[in-house]
Design a protein around this ligand. Structure first.
Ligand code: NAD
Length: 229
C-alpha cells in the first residue's frame, strides 16, 4: 500500500536480489518509492565491497534518499582457533567495510539535500556473539558501532542512521551454515521460531520513512525476545 512520504523518493537496497533485501525492496516499492538494487546477482551488478563498483553505480544515479545496507555473507562456521584469516578478512570486507563504503559514497548527497534515511542490517550476533561465527559476529558488532558513530555525526543534517538486529531468518544464507549452527540460533529465540523476512522489511520500511524522525544512531531489536538490551 502506498504510504505518504515515499513518492518521489529513491532507495538503494544492497543485496536486494534475494532474501531479506528482496523483501525490503518489494515493500519500499509498494510504499511508493523507486528502488534500485545493488547486488552481485542482478542488473546492474554492483560489488559493494569495491569502492570503484559503488562509484560507478552512483554515477548512474540522480538522487539517493534512502540507503539500506543489507548485503552480507555468513562466512564459515568454525571454532576461532581454526578460523582462517582470509575468511575473517572476506567477511569483514563484505559485511562491514561495504557499509562504510556505501555510507561514505551516498551520505554527502543526502546531507546536501537535507534529507536521508540510512538503515543498516546488523544481527543479533553483533550483540550477543554467536560461537563458531567469530567474523560474522564481529562484523555485525562493527555495523552497530558504525551506525552509532555516523548517526551522531549527521544528527543535525536531516539524515538519520539506524540499524536493525534480526534473529535468524530462513533464507539462502542458511546454505552457508552448518545444521548445528542453525539449530543453535533457533534454540536461542524465546518465541521458538525464525523471523519472517516480511517482518524485518516492515521495521526497515518504518526506519526508512518520514515517520521515523527522532531516532538516529539507534539499534532496533527484532529477535523474538532473544535480545536482553
Ligand atoms: P542472502 O544470502 O539471501 O542474501 C544476501 C544478498 O547479498 C545476496 O543477494 C548476495 O548476492 C548479496 N551480496 C553478497 N555479497 C555482496 C557484495 N559484495 N556486493 C553486492 N551484493 C552482495 O542473505 P539474507 O539472509 O537475505 O541476509 C541479508 C542481510 O541480513 C545480511 O547482511 C545478513 O547478515 C543479515 N541477517 C540475516 C539473518 C538471517 O538469518 N537470514 C539474520 C540477521 C541478519
Amino acid at each position: 500500500m502506498a504510504q505518504p512520504g515515499f513518492a518521489g523518493r529513491h532507495a538503494i537496497v544492497t543485496g536486494g536480489a534475494q532474501g531479506i533485501g528482496a523483501a525490503i525492496a518489494k515493500r519500499l516499492q509498494a510504499a511508493g518509492a523507486r528502488v534500485t538494487v545493488w547486488d552481485l546477482d542482478g542488473t546492474p551488478r554492483v560489488d559493494v565491497s569495491d569502492p570503484a563498483s559503488i562509484e560507478k553505480a552512483l554515477a548512474a544515479t540522480h538522487r539517493v534518499d534512502i540507503l539500506v545496507n543489507n548485503a552480507g555473507i555468513a562466512g564459515m562456521n568454525k571454532p576461532t582457533v581454526d578460523y582462517p584469516i582470509e575468511e575473517w578478512e572476506r567477511v569483514l570486507r563484505v559485511n562491514l567495510t561495504s557499509q562504510f563504503l556505501c555510507c561514505r559514497a551516498t551520505a554527502p548527497r543526502m546531507v546536501k539535500a537535507g534529507y536521508g534515511r540510512i538503515v543498516n542490517i546488523a544481527s543479533i550476533a553483533g550483540k550477543e556473539g554467536n560461537p563458531n561465527a567469530i567474523a560474522y559476529s564481529a562484523s555485525k558488532a562493527g555495523v552497530i558501532a558504525l551506525t552509532k558513530s555516523l548517526g551522531k555525526e549527521l544528527a543535525q543534517t536531516g539524515v538519520l542512521v539506524n540499524c536493525v538486529t534480526p534473529a535468524a531468518a530462513k533464507t539462502a544464507i542458511f546454505e552457508q551454515m552448518t545444521e548445528g549452527h542453525i539449530e543453535y540460533m533457533r534454540s536461542k529465540i524465546p518465541m521458538g521460531r525464525f523471523v519472517e523476512v516480511d517482518e524485518i522489511a516492515a521495521l526497515v520500511c518504518w526506519l526508512a520513512s518520514e515517520d521515523c524522525s527522532f531516532s538516529t544512531g539507534a539499534v532496533f531489536d527484532i529477535s523474538g525476545g532473544r535480545a536482553t538490551y
